[in-house]
Design a binder for this molecule. Sequence first.
Ligand code: 9YT
Length: 132
Amino acid sequence: MIVRTLQEAEKTDRRVVSDNWESARLLLKGDNMGFSFHITTIYAGTETAIWYQNHLESVYCMEGEGEVETVDDGKIHPIKPGTIYILNKHDKHLLRAKTQLKLVCVFNPPLHGKEIHDENGVYPLEAEEIID
Ligand code: 9YT
């Protein structure tokens, strides 16, 4: 069994910080579970363009208010505590945080550890691994 805490993970390189968000990556590819599991904070007042061409992701909101827009059809879906959105079609989207959002994110295939979005909002399939 693997046991970790958010509090400890945030003190290590499992805490990855980007422009509009930071993410504590509690479970990664190196754990061999077939998915990764993150607690992500999206900073208030931001808009992030994301397009996970190589990954599927589920996103569950624990805290905060925002919205996600699917770029292909322009549909806007409000996000509040209790909302889950599931990117089952590699949907290109815009994530907007009205207030700070606390999200649970699950990725398949799992992230290696150090990924941040490229200029198209994509994560590569390969990246530097975090193993501890
Ligand atoms: C919702 C989302 O994808 N935010 C970007 C960060 C991501 N959850 C991650 O890498 O942990």
